[in-house]
Design a protein around this ligand. Structure first.
Ligand code: AMP
Length: 361
């Protein structure tokens, strides 16, 4: 890994490496390391040259909102600062890729595994909603994974705060995940995120977007899960469940019961092994064949279905932003990424009205 340069923040100095983690609407995300702590981070680096006033307002908003969040399933921001040319956001590093890559590589997920991720995503969005924050761009490429397979919701570019239970109507986010009230620029509230959650759950189960109005379900999806998907993808936002209702739905309660049961079986198996360990004095326990208990209990399997790579490309709409980052770092930043994922997450916005934040950092 080649060290490119160092930047000084308010809390620490960071080494920025020549390792691109991804590319967003405003700039690139590179691997960084804290000089004092030695911890790794993701550094979102944005060239100020290419930004319009509304872009700057969006970024201030993103930084302001993200700095106030603290949840185990949301990417935390360490600090944000700027120099003459660039704005830097130092974020918690998620080194497990994102859900989009995961489904690209492994194919559609089994219901159990899909719900394992989904519950974490809903908990993060529930937390945002209790703080009157809407994410407005929930999609697979914004759902990052840690090395221990935990979800971290990222990218608060389009986040906004509810005022009196509603937000100013604005067409923003990613088309495939946009609810009807956003596309038609009607009254919008926190239920717009619930629609996107429905698209996400459907997508990780099927590896395709739903045809809303005539939902097709693959074989093996439980009735409770189908029911939940239909409710989240209701055209009328008032008929969609809240995040708390989703977590209390028959589908999620059933998932939690199965999870508790699996944990109990593992605990039970461990207890039995411990008891046998106490009886270890008995010579047969020292048998090279080992105890049947040690081999008889399988850990519950939550493997994904193996499947060929999908070819689906999100039909994306051109971003209004200048994606170029005139970088002093040379080609890795300046040149377009060759990744097949590079074009997937472009977003649109037709209304530049945004909440402006008081300060940048
Ligand atoms: P964004 O600008 O937030 O849309 O991020 C663009 C891409 O950078 C994402 O799709 C990820 O691939 C990558 N990325 C963003 N944040 C992180 C992070 N905290 N850890 C690892 N990769 C990240």
């Amino acid at each position: 890994m080649i060290q490119q340069f160092q930047v000084q923040g308010a809390k620490d100095k960071y080494i920025i490496y020549n390792k691109v983690l991804g590319k967003g609407a405003y700039g690139v995300v590179l691997l960084a390391k804290s000089l004092n702590l030695g911890s790794y981070h993701a550094a979102k680096i944005i060239s100020k040259k290419s930004l319009s006033l509304s872009d700057i307002s969006n970024l201030r908003n993103e930084i302001n909102i993200q700095s106030q969040l603290n949840h185990p399933n949301i990417v935390s921001m360490v600090e944000a600062f700027e120099d003459n040319e660039y704005l830097y956001m130092l974020l918690e590093y998620c080194n497990g890729g994102c859900l989009f890559q995961k489904t690209q590589l492994n194919g559609p997920l089994r219901e159990e595994k899909a719900l394992y991720y989904f519950v974490q995503i809903v908990k993060a969005v529930q937390y945002l909603h209790t703080k009157s924050v809407l994410h407005r761009d929930i999609k697979l490429s914004n759902l990052l994974l840690t090395s221990d397979d935990q979800i971290k919701v990222a990218d608060f570019t389009w986040s906004t705060s509810l005022q009196g239970g509603y937000v100013n109507p604005q067409i923003c986010g990613t088309l495939e995940y946009m609810p009807p009230e956003v596309i038609s620029n009607k009254v919008q509230n926190e239920k717009l995120d619930v629609w996107s959650l429905g698209i996400v759950l459907y997508e990780i189960l099927h590896n395709s977007f739903p045809i809303v109005g005539s939902l097709f379900f693959k074989f093996g999806i439980s009735e409770e899960c189908k029911q939940l998907l239909k409710q989240m993808l209701e055209n009328d936002p008032n008929r969609r469940p809240t995040t708390s209702e989703i977590l209390y739905s028959p589908c999620i309660r059933r998932f939690n019961r199965h999870k508790d049961l699996s944990i109990n079986i593992i605990a039970c198996s461990k207890n039995l092994q411990d008891i046998q360990g106490i009886n270890q004095k008995s010579p047969q326990m020292a048998s090279p064949l080992g105890s049947p208990l040690r081999t008889g209990f399988g850990t519950p399997q939550m493997n994904d279905l193996g499947s060929p790579l999908r070819n689906r490309q999100g039909s994306s709409i051109g971003s209004p932003f200048n994606l170029g980052l005139g970088s002093p770092l040379g080609s890795p930043l300046g040149s377009p990424m060759n990744s097949p994922l590079a074009n997937f997450n472009k977003r649109i916005s037709t209304d530049p009205i945004r909440l402006s934040a008081q300060k940048l950092v």
